[in-house]
Design a protein around this ligand. Sequence first.
Ligand SMILES: *[C@@H]1O[C@H](CO)[C@@H](O)[C@H](O)[C@H]1NC(C)=O
Length: 274
Amino acid sequence: MIVGFIVGFFLAVLFIHSSMPERDDYVLYYRYGQDVGTHDHVNENTSIAEKLYSCILCWIMTNPANHQTKARHVKRTWGKRCNKLIFMSSAKDEELDAVALPIGEGLDNLWGKTKEAFEYIYEHHMNDADWFLKADDDTYMIVENLRYMLYPYNPNTPVYFGCKFKPHVKQGYMSGGAGYVLSREAVRRFVVEAIPNPKLCKKENTGEEDTQIGECLENVKVLAGDSRDANGRGRFFPFVPEHHLIPSFMDKEFWYWEYIYYKTDEVGSFKFKL
Ligand SMILES: *[C@@H]1O[C@H](CO)[C@@H](O)[C@H](O)[C@H]1NC(C)=O
């Protein structure tokens, strides 16, 4: 029996290691900051994925200090599954092919940078995609699931999706950290109608990027969409996975529970403090 145990144990270890390539990706990237390189998925059946195909442009908010430590890992993992990937920074970068927007870095410029980025996309890439995703350089997106979510929608509808928060904007707004995706018509309204009009959209570069864009989009009648699945489960999350996956990880007093637009059911009895 002991021999059986030992053999079984090693077989299990072998099995776990050989069957979790995505997890290795994730652990190396987030825990150890190691260079994970690139890898291909051989013999992958992509027939359903091809049916759900929609053209998605992803643009990543980054800055020169994060090019090597964060942005390059986006490019080597989920970012390459976007149809078009653009890094918005304030300095050029050969490996990333980053766009150097004419704006300073730091929180005080985040809103200005977001406007500049969408104006750049409108000018250069408006016909390259149906959907335009904004994500941070520490966001992880499962692009296949994003395609599945967007499949029923027409990109000519003025709509955007993300993790919807309740305060500040009447129809709600999308959390910046979780990433959000605009239809082509939403981008057009934002750039052509909202940004040039200081009555519809804040002219200064300061302020929180996510609430500001939420207000601008509401003012040009872009709908804050419902990104939940058919069972009412969320599909965009602002924090690291364990904070969302472990029940009650986030204290009841934590602002998140006040902010989320849709009531979230919780199960389990674990109790941790953030
Ligand atoms: C790929 O998946 C589809 C849908 O599940 C299936 O119909 C098809 O036969 C599969 N193709 C291969 C080569 O396995």
